[in-house]
Structures are given as structure tokens and as C-alpha cells.
Design a protein around this ligand. Structure first.
Ligand SMILES: NC(=O)c1ccc[n+]([C@@H]2O[C@H](COP(=O)([O-])OP(=O)(O)OC[C@H]3O[C@@H](n4cnc5c(N)ncnc54)[C@H](O)[C@@H]3O)[C@@H](O)[C@H]2O)c1
Length: 353
């Protein structure tokens, strides 16, 4: 049962805390202190509260951090009636969600996303997970360990976004653009008119989260339609993972930036493989490139393919992807052949590098 609340969420949080034997808050250490204080103040009138701070970001999304949080839960006296509250972006909600779903076979979970990406995507739909460093030459593989686990409450409140840097807002905008491509029609037309800053996208946050909620409610465990939410992600995860492999790269590619470039390639592929209208694809590609405002490294087809081969969506060793016949008309089980992928990708790199 999905419970996403955007107004009077404090009352809902009080209800959840009041019915628990204690609240543990996992908060991003980079957030203003007033954010965790706000959550502590609401909960501690009703129960014991402990706080653990984790640095938000992809590098914390590991089994080592999971274990550190388990240790903290032990010393905080967490039991099966406790609630774990995640306060942060998608990395904190994915990580904390995984902890909540596995500690003592599962404790209650509340998600309070503080990024655009978290609000419209990561905190909706019950996927949790951490990345895995694969032995040998596999490198970092995104979200290879994870569970499906619904929160008892997810809070959507734009107030948390006031401290979010513009590049993080644009990163979340990319997932909103993906949702717009998945539904097409009036939503896409209206969303294309606004700029990729908070002033532009603010009024679309709830609608965008609802697009995901609706798809998830029809296919929670990704047996079919939910895979459409991976539009732009086969390439996106490959580029993001390659950037994470490069240890000297402190400011690695953000998830949304990689997804944005994945969307641009998905449109290109959709023209060649499914007859998507060329003029419309070019217009949409220009919109996405302008909106994300950042050129990222587009690695060689050999490097990208090696990551694509390890993607979770693959079936029987075939590399799966999501393409479109038109906005809103989705093929979620497209299979790539190496020969055609390498030609298309190398042409794409030449065009956009
Ligand atoms: N579970 C899912 O269904 C799902 C869907 C999409 C993405 N994801 C995951 O989400 C992650 C990306 O999420 P993200 O973009 O939110 O990244 P993030 O959690 O790394 O946050 C981005 C950056 O913003 C900082 N930050 C967060 N909130 C802030 C605020 N209010 N003010 C100032 N700084 C703030 C963080 O410390 C971090 O440096 C990826 O790991 C991706 O795999 C999961």
C-alpha cells in the first residue's frame, strides 16, 4: 500500500512515530541541521529518537554503509516495532530503505526525500538498493543488491528543496522529463514549456510522482510495464557506473545527468529501430540537452556495452532496453544486438561529443 503525502504530513509522521517503539533517523549529513531537527522535534514528543548521519552520494550506497547502519540500530535498541526514517536524496532513501527491509526481517520505513529526484522517483515505488563492486574487471555495478519494500509513509514537501543546488535540481528534472516522455500528450507539452529550475518544475512535482505511482501500482514487482520506467537507464546506468569506476573522478556524473543522456540516445535509437518521428525526436533531444545543461563523458561502445551486459533487466544474457514508437507508446523489452548497438552508439558519440 503506497502512502504519499504532500500536505499535513507532520500529523501522519506523528501517527507513525506514536505507534512505534522508537524512531531512528538516517539523514544526509550535508543537509542543513534544521531539517533533522524538524523531524526529531515531531517524533520525540511521542517516542525515543536516534539520529545517524551519512554523507549523501553514490559512494555511500554500499554494503559497508549498510553494515554501519545495522551496528547503529543495534546500539539504539531497535526492535521490530521501530521505525526507520530516511531524510535525504535518492542515495539515502535507497540505502535506508534496503536497511529497513532487511534488519530483523523488516522494520517500518518512512521516506522524506530532499531532492527533486527523490521526490518524483527514488522514494516512490518501493525499490531499495545499494551498488556492488564486482570482482575482476566488473567495477561498480549500480543497484545490484536490493529489495522491493514499500514505505508506510512518503512525504513530498518542496520546502526541503530550498537548499538544493541548481545542478541537483536539473538532475531530478531529467527523471521528470522521462515521466513526461512515458505519458506524452498534454503533460509532455506543458512540461516542455517550463525551464529546468525549481521555479519551472515546482508545480509539476506531484503530477510527475503520480505518473510513477500509477505505473508501479499496476506492476509493483516489474513483471512487465514497470520496466518502462527504465527509459534512458540502460545507457544512463552504464555511463554513471563507468564514471564511478574512475576513482580519481571526485565529481562523478550524477544519476539524472546520465539518465538525460540515456534519454537522448533512446530517442535516437527509437528513430532507427521503431520509426519514431525524426523531427519530433530532434526537437525532444534538443529540449533535453538544453535542460540538463551539461555535457558528460560518452564512453566508447565497448566500455558502455560491458556495463550494459551486467544490467539487472537483462534476460537470458540479452541486453534489454526501453524505446518508444512515439511519446506514450513504449516498448519495454527491446533487445540490443552488439553489432547494431556499436554502430548507433559511435554515430551518436560523434554527433554529441
Ligand atoms: N529506488 C528507485 O526507484 C530509484 C529511482 C531513481 C533513482 N534512484 C537512485 O537515486 C540516487 C540519486 O538520487 P539523488 O539524485 O537524490 O542523489 P543524492 O542522494 O546523492 O543527492 C544528491 C546530492 O544532493 C545533496 N542533497 C540532498 N538533499 C539536499 C538538500 N535538500 N539540500 C542540499 N543538498 C542536498 C546530497 O548530499 C548529494 O550530494 C541514485 O543512487 C539512483 O540509483 C533510485
Amino acid at each position: 500500500m503506497i502512502s504519499v503525502v504532500s500536505t499535513y504530513w507532520e500529523v501522519e509522521l506523528e501517527r507513525v512515530a506514536g505507534n512505534s517503539s522508537g524512531v531512528v533517523i538516517v539523514a544526509d549529513s550535508k543537509l542543513p541541521r534544521s531539517y533533522s531537527k524538524c523531524v526529531i522535534d515531531i517524533c520525540q514528543k511521542l517516542t525515543n529518537v536516534s539520529l545517524i548521519e551519512i554523507e549523501g552520494g553514490e559512494k555511500s550506497k554500499t554494503l559497508i554503509t549498510v553494515n554501519n547502519i545495522y551496528d547503529f540500530l543495534d546500539v539504539s535498541g531497535t526492535d521490530r516495532k521501530s521505525v526507520l526514517v530516511c531524510l535525504g536524496g535518492g542515495t539515502i532513501t535507497d540505502l535506508g530503505g534496503y536497511v529497513a527491509s532487511t534488519y530483523k526481517r523488516g522494520i517500518s520505513l518512512v521516506l522524506i526525500p530532499t531532492t527533486v529526484l527523490g521526490m518524483v522517483d527514488a522514494a516512490i515505488g518501493g525499490k531499495t538498493g545499494v551498488n556492488r563492486l564486482v570482482k575482476g574487471s566488473g567495477g561498480v555495478m549500480k543497484n545490484q543488491i536490493g529489495t522491493f519494500y514499500q514505505s508506510s509513509l512518503t512525504v513530498l514537501d518542496q520546502t526541503w528543496l530550498s537548499s538544493l543546488p541548481p545542478d541537483e535540481i536539473r538532475s531530478g528534472w531529467a527523471e521528470m522529463a522521462k515521466h513526461a516522455l512515458l505519458v506524452g500528450g498534454a503533460h509532455l507539452n506543458e512540461f516542455m514549456k517550463v525551464s529546468s529550475n525549481l521555479g519551472g518544475i515546482g508545480k509539476f512535482l506531484k503530477e510527475s510522482a503520480e505518473i510513477k505511482e500509477k505505473i508501479v501500482s499496476r506492476d509493483e514487482k516489474e513483471n512487465g510495464e514497470r520496466a518502462s520506467l527504465n527509459l534512458g537507464h540502460t545507457i544512463g546506468h552504464a555511463l554513471e557506473s563507468l564514471s564511478l569506476d574512475n576513482e580519481s573522478n571526485e565529481s562523478h556524473t550524477k544519476h539524472g545527468e546520465a539518465v538525460a543522456w540515456g534519454l537522448v540516445f533512446a530517442l535516437e535509437s527509437s528513430v532507427f529501430k521503431l520509426g519514431f518521428n525524426r523531427d519530433l525526436a530532434s526537437k525532444l533531444q534538443e529540449w533535453i540537452v538544453t535542460g540538463i545543461e551539461k555535457q558528460i563523458e560518452l564512453n566508447s561502445s565497448v566500455e558502455v556495452w560491458s556495463k550494459m551486459c551486467g544490467d539487472k533487466k537483462n534476460v537470458n544474457g540479452n541486453v534489454r532496453d526501453v524505446l518508444l514508437r512515439a511519446p506514450g507508446d513504449i516498448i519495454w523489452d527491446f533487445e540490443w544486438k552488439w553489432e547494431e548497438f556499436t554502430i548507433l552508439w559511435e554515430q551518436f558519440r560523434e554527433k554529441y561529443t
